[in-house]
Design a protein around this ligand. Structure first.
Ligand code: NAD
Ligand code: DAU
Length: 351
């Protein structure tokens, strides 16, 4: 993919963010409102189980912030919002994101992650936006053996319904760039951690279980490897691609921080003052990717972006945040979340 588009006007920019009430989206919304005093930010989010306006309580009152509770698959509503808000640029974080849920209910993932992307890009195209940035994932590349890293040219070999839906969306983004000249680009990031992450993902799931005095379920042999990056570093990378990236391009974003799940589990047990009796091995996730590792040379050398948060300090601060914000995770660890986990664990005989 190559090509260029008209330079983006950044003075007084109106940025439409889809999925801005989720974990990474809310971090990005806060980051942008803090960094760009003359930008307007329009957040479009359906508020699924993973979307939470409490994540944005500190910025919701800003006169530069607007929220629309809308499904990105609803073409009529999305067209109406684009007509009303007239965005100059779009960043799409909105997605179904949890691999285990995609194993349970793939259809929802295909609808939101593929058709929702199509609806947003159609609206972006008709509105003539200057930039459309698709937030993708390293999971589109599939799984690595013990060596090597994913580059932007690595083959696309998704292994879960979630990863397949994100891959399909990436291919649509490419097609819209080639066919319609939509000034679109893609970021593919590794595993994020930090505050406000929904407590179904490894780190907040384990911290909250340990706090509740429950054992943590390690899938398989616990030797799967992920490349962890703090969410603040991901937001900075997304901002840099939006401002300085080249339409038609793909940018990998990584933490340069590979850890096995066992390493993470032991760090969390220690941080929570628990022993190994608080950990249990459970049957593996079907199709479980063994190892992810990102080669981020392109964004490092091309855009001068590199992670700043050290894993030790980032993890310490993250554990502290969950311990200090128990009401936040108590509120989300109920209702629909609980019914998914009851089904998943009963079926897999996990706890
Ligand atoms: P999340 O699950 O915390 O949040 C997703 C947000 O999207 C929620 O606010 C939800 O309400 C919203 N949403 C879902 N379906 C929608 C729909 N149909 N219409 C409008 N809004 C909808 O996800 P996250 O972890 O913050 O991930 C954000 C993006 O980053 C996703 O595209 C994901 O694939 C990608 N990503 C995540 C990670 C990670 O480690 N979490 C890593 C790389 C890439
Ligand atoms: O790599 C980027 C991806 O990272 C994102 O695209 C996804 O949206 C995000 O959910 C994340 O996917 P993972 O599947 O890697 O994250 P998760 O937190 O679900 O699991 C991390 C690792 O921990 C994985 O190897 C599975 C393992 N695990 C997870 C859970 C929830 C366990 O061993 N036990 C668990 O209970």
């Amino acid at each position: 993919m190559s090509g260029a588009a008209a330079p983006m006007k950044t003075d007084g920019l109106t940025l439409l963010v889809a999925g801005g009430a989720g974990f990474i989206g809310s971090n990005f919304v806060r980051h942008i409102l803090g960094e760009h005093a003359d930008w307007r930010l329009v957040n479009v989010d359906k508020l699924t189980y993973a979307g939470n306006l409490a994540n944005l309580a500190d910025v919701a009152g800003s006169p530069r912030y607007r929220f629309h509770r809308t499904d990105i698959c609803d073409a009529g509503e999305i067209a109406r919002i684009f007509a009303e808000e007239k965005p100059d640029a779009v960043v799409n974080f909105a997605a179904e994101t949890h691999v285990d849920r995609s194993i349970d209910d793939p259809g929802l993932f295909l609808r939101t992650n593929i058709l929702g992307t199509q609806v947003l890009m159609d609206a972006a195209r008709k509105a003539g936006v200057a930039r459309y940035l698709q937030i993708s994932t390293d999971e589109v590349y599939g799984s690595l053996g013990p060596t090597g890293r994913f580059s932007e040219d690595s083959p696309l070999r998704p292994n879960s319904p979630y990863a397949a839906s994100k891959t399909a969306a990436d291919l649509l983004v490419r097609a819209y760039f080639k066919t319609y000249g939509l000034p679109a680009f893609i970021t593919r990031c590794s595993n994020n951690y930090g505050p406000y992450q929904f407590p179904e993902k490894l780190i907040p799931f384990f911290v909250t279980l340990l706090h509740e005095g429950k054992p943590v379920p390690v899938y398989g042999d616990g030797m799967n490897v992920r490349d962890w990056i703090h969410v603040d570093d991901h937001s900075r990378a997304v901002e840099a691609v939006l401002l300085r990236g080249r339409p038609g391009e793909i940018y990998n974003v990584g933490g340069g921080n590979e850890r096995t799940n066992m390493e993470i589990t032991k760090l969390l047990l220690a941080a929570m003052g628990k022993g190994e009796s608080s950990m249990k091995f459970v049957p593996d996730r079907p199709g479980h990717d063994r190892r992810y590792a990102i080669d981020d040379t392109k964004i490092r050398t091309g855009l001068g972006v590199a992670p700043k948060v050290s894993f030790d300090e980032g993890l310490r601060a993250t554990v502290r945040w969950y311990l200090e914000n128990e009401p936040w995770w108590h509120a989300v660890k109920s209702g629909e979340y609980q019914s998914f986990y009851d089904r998943w664990y009963v079926r897999k005989d996990r706890v």
